[in-house]
Design a protein around this ligand. Structure first.
Ligand SMILES: O=C(O)COP(=O)(O)O
Ligand SMILES: [Mg+2]
Length: 221
């Protein structure tokens, strides 16, 4: 029995150019109207996530910064340590020219920068640092390994009084692996990375927001 839907943002409810997909907006709104709360689980900062939640009309909790920040009925919490990410980023900057993504001042638990270099190069350069690197295909993130979207979703779900097994989770990229892992029903959209698709219970035929719509029509009452 699905009691909540948890969705990733970039590449899942947006298209490849980060434009929100109307099909996803409509189907998520209809889930809310059926009394199934929508939880947003993203690499974006909390203010962006909260704004999306307001304009989409979602009522579930929020997971931002790849699990580094959450907002639930119990309030807001910062779970990730930005300082270790900052040290890794400073080191990286001595080797390569990098540019942080929008709202870098507002990012409180991790560092995100534009994908101007191959992720393998970044991973190799930072192999001695206690950080995790995610390539979301929209940005590269240096994240505290103590946090991820999955463990953060478990906390948010608990605060909402639902079990992770009762959640339908939908994502597209490598930062969604832990997130799908904790959910009862794991969906990857057609444009998702192969590793995520391999771990999903269902891979949609359609891409991006149309895939979200397809999954909700298939699995929600
Ligand atoms: O912030 C990003 O790089 C991608 O965000 P997402 O986790 O919502 O896809
Ligand atoms: Mg994504």
């Amino acid at each position: 029995m699905i009691k909540a839907v948890a969705v990733d943002v970039d590449g899942t409810i947006t298209d490849s150019r980060r434009r929100l997909c109307c099909s996803a907006m409509e189907s998520l709104r209809s889930a809310e109207e059926k009394g199934i709360p929508v939880i947003i689980v993203t690499g974006n900062i909390l203010p962006v996530t909260k704004t999306l939640s307001i304009f989409m009309g979602t009522s579930g909790g929020l997971v931002a910064e790849n699990g580094g920040v959450i907002e639930s009925p119990q309030g807001r919490k910062i779970l990730g340590d930005i300082e270790k990410c900052q040290r890794a980023y400073e080191f990286l900057k001595t080797k390569y020219a990098l540019e942080k993504v929008d709202f870098s001042q507002e990012r409180v638990s991790e560092i995100a920068f534009y994908r101007t270099l191959p992720v393998e190069l970044i991973k190799d350069a930072l192999k001695d640092f206690d950080v995790k690197i995610y390539d979301t295909r929209f940005a590269l993130h240096i994240t505290d390994p103590a946090v991820d979207k999955g463990s953060a979703l478990v906390r948010v779900a608990e605060d909402m009084g639902i079990r992770p097994e009762e959640i339908l989770a939908i994502g597209d990229s490598e930062n969604d692996l832990e997130f799908l892992k904790v959910a009862g029903l794991k969906v990857a959209v057609a444009n998702a990375n192969p590793e995520l698709k391999a771990r999903a219970d269902y891979v949609t035929e359609k891409s991006y927001g149309d895939g979200v719509k397809e999954a909700l029509e298939r699995f929600l009452p």
